[in-house]
Design a protein around this ligand. Structure first.
Ligand code: PLP
Length: 450
């Protein structure tokens, strides 16, 4: 037996020691005892790194206690420059949405109670009027996410029948979500028309027959087709669908509510555009460009929405009251577009000027006083399956040195700062950092630089 192993303290000795004992004020006894055991085990299996004294043991035990007790789901700082980053939780909520959640979560609510009538009501009424007002749709329904919205709409309107979709729109959204797979699960039979690069109105017209339940148009989300391409517009498809008396479903995905052309982001239809073009049903996400909570929005005709509400499957995608509270507050901001652009964090980040970002970056670099920190021009992006090829001019801090080690140090900080490594440097893009977090970023960078 080595000296280090012989010198290992007992669990009880450590628990009673003046430097470990105070941990009992921060964590339950069982957690501290378990952490002590793990610290002793670690010292036994790696004697050379065993703590040398009481303070060393306290530090080892505290670090295990911290790792055990900190939440699994926690805040991070997004330095990636991707505004709607699915891995980082997509849209941050506006302050009014957080307030609305707090009000509804802390007590009882009229979630399914009609206060005027003094009788049972429906949770599905809560955002419907606002969605009608903002998009021009006859009716609206909110479910858990856009994938659920799509399955529900297809299952209700085309179960056991053909769903016609262009080969150029059979998208994989990411992870395990492929449009053709989702469509198959809905019970609709996928009928592909056209080719990868070109699909014409005539292709749809020829495919429509007695078995056709629905025509589907899917937003391409995360890629663009260019070159020798053709596609049928939503308005053209609506014309054929109306003529043949079949519904048209337009899966918009991103859920743009306000045109962003003035900010260099052009070419995506808003929800109101999609309704105006004549879709029977429009589906979209709540936490992409709309900038609200995770949700799936189904907009469309009263008749189609009535049928969807009656589908028993709707119950399994039932939206939660916290989501409805946050969504209603977020949607209400859109009644005043300049206010929506200011207060919806995703829109504020997308529309911030390069001048403002550069001034912040220069202040931060001045503060850091390090020859290893440079202010550089960067290109940010929207993310979340919207404006896939748009690159937004932005500004970042570039940190020189051992890039992988720096990236890791930033990621292990609390809160973690997620940057990216480019050209041998770590880049922290300021477009996705909130100005109120600049001080935190400075502190994290300062620590990583030493
Ligand atoms: C993102 C996206 C979806 C899925 O939306 P979720 O809300 O993540 O379920 C569906 N369709 C399109 C076109 C999308 O871009």
């Amino acid at each position: 037996m080595t000296d280090a192993r012989r010198a290992l303290p007992s669990v009880n000795t450590l628990l009673e020691s003046p430097s470990v004992r105070p941990l009992l004020d921060r964590a339950p006894r069982g957690v501290v005892v378990d952490a002590i055991r793990r610290a002793i085990d670690a010292a036994r299996s790696s004697p050379s790194s065993a703590p040398a004294d009481d303070a060393g043991w306290a530090e080892a035990v505290a670090s295990v206690v911290n790792a055990t007790t900190r939440p699994s789901l926690r805040r991070v700082l997004n330095g990636t420059g991707v505004v709607l980053h699915t891995n980082l939780g997509r849209a941050p909520l506006p302050a009014v949405a957080i307030d609305a959640i707090a009000r509804v979560a802390s007590g009882f609510s009229n979630l399914e109670y009609d206060i005027d009538a003094g009788a049972r009501g429906s949770r599905y009424t809560h955002c419907a009027a606002l969605l009608r007002e903002l998009t021009g749709a006859e009716d609206a329904l909110v479910v858990n996410n856009c994938a659920a919205a799509l399955v529900l709409a297809l299952n209700t309107l085309a179960d056991g029948r053909d769903a016609i979709v262009s080969r150029g729109e059979l998208v994989e959204i990411g992870g395990s979500f492929r449009i053709p797979d989702i469509m198959a699960k809905s019970g609709a039979r996928l009928v592909e028309v056209g080719t990868t690069n070109r699909t014409h109105v005539e292709d749809y017209r020829r495919a429509i027959g007695a078995e056709t339940g629905i025509v589907v148009k899917v937003h391409r989300s995360n890629f663009e087709l260019s070159g020798f391409v053709a596609e049928a517009s939503a308005a053209e498809l609506s014309e054929i669908a109306t003529e043949r008396r079949i519904p048209l479903l337009h899966d918009l995905g991103s859920g743009l509510m306000l045109a962003l052309d003035d900010y260099g982001l052009a070419g995506e239809p808003t929800a109101a555009d999609a309704i105006r073009a004549g879709a029977t049903i429009v589906t979209m996400s709540g936490d992409k460009l709309l900038g609200g909570p995770q949700a799936g929005l189904i907009l469309g005709t009263r008749e189609a929405l009535d049928r969807i509400r009656k589908n028993p499957l709707t119950r399994s995608y039932r939206v939660d009251k916290l989501t409805l509270a946050a969504l209603e507050a977020t949607l209400a901001l859109y009644r005043d577009p300049p206010r929506a652009r200011r207060e919806i964090p995703a829109l504020a980040q997308l529309t911030a000027t390069v001048g403002v970002l550069r001034a912040r970056a220069e202040r931060m670099a001045d503060d850091l006083q390090s020859s290893r920190v440079d202010v550089i021009d960067t290109l940010a992006s929207v993310g979340g399956g919207a404006f896939p090829t748009a690159r937004i001019p932005s500004v970042g801090l570039a940190i020189s040195g051992h890039a992988d080690a720096i990236e890791r140090a930033l990621r292990f900080a609390e809160p973690a700062l997620i940057g990216r490594v480019f050209d041998g440097r770590v880049i922290v893009d300021l477009r996705t950092i909130f100005p109120e977090d600049d001080r935190q970023v400075i502190m994290t960078l300062r620590t990583a630089l030493t």
